[in-house]
Design a protein around this ligand. Sequence first.
Ligand SMILES: C[S@@+](CC[C@H](N)C(=O)[O-])C[C@H]1O[C@@H](n2cnc3c(N)ncnc32)[C@H](O)[C@@H]1O
Length: 303
Amino acid sequence: MSMKNNVVRSPLFYVGDKYKIISDIKSHFPKDIHRFIEPFVGGGSVFMNVDAQEFMLNDIDENIIAIHKMLCGYALDRKAFFKKVDAIVKQYGLSCSYKKDIVPQNLKKEFVKTFYARFNKLGYEKMRSDYNQSEERSAFVLYMLLIYGFNRMIRFNQSGDFNLPVGNVDLNHNTIKALDDYFDLTAIKKPQWFSLDFEDFINQIDLTSNDLIYLDPPYLITFSEYNKYWNDNTENRVLNLLNRLNGNNIRFAISNVTHYKGKVNQLFLDWSHQYNSYPIKSNYISYHDNTNKIFTEVLVTNF
Ligand SMILES: C[S@@+](CC[C@H](N)C(=O)[O-])C[C@H]1O[C@@H](n2cnc3c(N)ncnc32)[C@H](O)[C@@H]1O
C-alpha cells in the first residue's frame, strides 16, 4: 500500500464519507501533528489519510466504534478475519465475488441490475434475524450486515433491531482493498477509540498546541440518519467549544455545509467569519457555479 499519492477509503463505506475530498481538506492541515483528534470519526476515512504520531478517535454511535475496534483487533491477523468471513459467507449461502462468482447466469440475465440482491436476500435475512435475536450481538456480524446491506448503511428501528433490507452488493474487490488498507494503517497508527458525546470526549483530554482537532459533525441543513438529533443547540455547543479551544491556542479544523438546496446555515456562516474559511471542491457540483448554489462545503480553521 502506498500512501504517497493514493487516497484510501474506509471499509465502512460511511454515509458522508470524506474520502473523495480528503486531499483538498488535508492540504490545509499543518505538517506537524502530534495527536490527531477526531470527535466525529464516522467511518474513519479522514484519520486513515492523515499523518500524526497518535490518533484519538470518537463517535457517539457505539455500533460504529464497536466495528472499528473489531477491525483493529484483526489488523495483525487478517487471515483470521478472512477465515471468519468465509465461514459466515458459507453459513448463509451468500455470494462473495472477490473469491468466486457463484451467481447463476440465468439470474444475472433476468435481473441485470439487481442479481446480487436477489441471490443474497434469503441468506441475508437469516443473518439479520440471527443477529437481532442473539444475546450478545457480534460487531463482526454487524459488519457483514453492513457490507451486504442496502446502501451499506447501519440502521436500527425503535425496538433496537437492525432493519435494513439486503443490498445489491457483496464482498467484492473494492471491499477487500479497503479492508487491507485499513489493516495496514491501523497496525501502524494504533488508534485509541472512544464513544462519547463530542464535548465530554474533548473535555477529558489534556490538550496541547501540537494537537490538531478535526471535526466533521452532522450537517444542520442536509439529511441523513445521523443528522436526526442534530439541531441549533448541538451546533452552538460545537461552535462555543471551538471558541474556547481557540482561546487556549488549540488548533482546530471543522468541515461543514453552508448552503444546500436553497437552505443556508447562517449560524455557522456568521461564526466562521472570525476564522479562516476555505471552500472545498466537491466532486459532485462545481463550487464556482454561483448561479446554482446547490451545495457548498467549507473547511474552517484557526491556524
Ligand atoms: C458527517 S459524519 C462523520 C463522517 C466522517 N468524517 C467520515 O469520513 O466517515 C458525523 C458523525 O457524527 C456522529 N455524531 C452525531 N452526534 C454526535 C455527538 N453528539 N457526539 C459525537 N459524535 C456525534 C455521527 O454518529 C456521525 O458518525
